[in-house]
Design a protein around this ligand. Sequence first.
Ligand SMILES: [Fe+2]
Length: 159
Amino acid sequence: MEWSENYMIGVKEIDDQHQEIFRRIQWLVDSADNVDLEEMLGFIERYISHHFDDEEKIMIMMDYVGLKDHQMIHHAFKRDMAERINELNNTEDNLLKTTRKVELAGHLAGWLLEHIMTEDFKLAAAVEQFARLALVDVKPKYLPKERSDARRERRSEVE
Ligand SMILES: [Fe+2]
């Protein structure tokens, strides 16, 4: 799972976290068969949850229309993960446990990539628009006249 600038959504904090999540998932995929279960669970339950909270804070701050849907997706993911983790914890057979760890790492990788490229990209579009509108609100009188008019027109198209 290699990080690429194509996955950036335009908020540094979130992009840095995504990049770190990619790095850790790649490590999990590479070493899932002998990775420490506690470490794997800690990453999913703490790092990823914390990342979702940060993403949601940005959505709340922007008054993002897709907030509820995006929150539900995060929530469903966490519930699904809790079930898988519970299953893993209750697996006594070592071979089966290893298979499930490898499966979980692969599932995480697929889910995250898909999530970034659909839901997080919708957020990226909203972030871009938010930044553009914020610029118009804050600085129109400092822009040369034609430019500020053009921006105001663009803004009324958006509204
Ligand atoms: Fe998200």
